[in-house]
Design a protein around this ligand. Structure first.
Ligand SMILES: [Zn+2]
Length: 173
């Protein structure tokens, strides 16, 4: 897969962080302060809207770089940023033509699975987990319990419980 979670260091007060980020960058929320430094100069240009609440377009106020951003705050607590060229940004702004990389929540979670590590829920049936499992199944009804478990970083038994399938009891793992 193109891109990695390895961004070059970006210190505060050096202008913007755009040139230090991978073309596909993972920025953890509230982790080491990188999110604050990156987003200090990014301005939200356009939300995708509709059901795609996680997806928006931003532009850097210093270097004018456009970024397509997926904000994944349920499972991995990451921002995924895809560097866009001017033509790609213009296609979004003028024609609502979004690259398909973050177009489903399943795709975003797959990136998280590959490039990040899931947040560990203290509550096995937390709303974030339950909602995400149900959303994944609504978006793609044929998705399997095992696939959902893999995307969420949990056991299949636990995923089945989230979906209200079976009569699983503790321990789910
Ligand atoms: Zn910049």
């Amino acid at each position: 897969m193109e891109g990695s979670a390895d961004n070059a260091p970006c210190k505060a007060g050096e202008g913007c962080c755009c040139s230090t980020l991978s073309d596909l960058a993972v920025v953890r929320m509230g982790w080491d302060g990188l999110d604050e430094r990156v987003f200090a100069t990014l301005e939200r240009v356009l939300d995708h809207g509709g059901d795609l609440w996680w997806l928006y377009l931003s532009q850097c106020s210093i270097c004018a770089q456009h970024w397509m951003i997926a904000q994944e705050e349920r499972i991995y607590d990451d921002y995924f940023l895809r560097r866009l060229d001017a033509a790609q940004a213009q296609a979004i702004i003028a024609h609502a033509r979004w690259p398909d990389e973050f177009i489903t929540y399943e795709r975003v979670l797959k990136l998280g699975r590959t490039l990040s590590s899931p947040y560990t829920y203290v509550e096995a049936l937390s709303p974030g987990l339950v909602d995400t499992a149900k959303d994944l199944r609504r978006a793609r009804p044929e998705i399997t319990v095992e696939e959902i478990a893999d995307l969420l970083g949990i056991s299949p038994r636990h995923a089945a419980r989230l979906l209200g399938i079976g009569r699983w009891k503790w321990p789910w793992r």
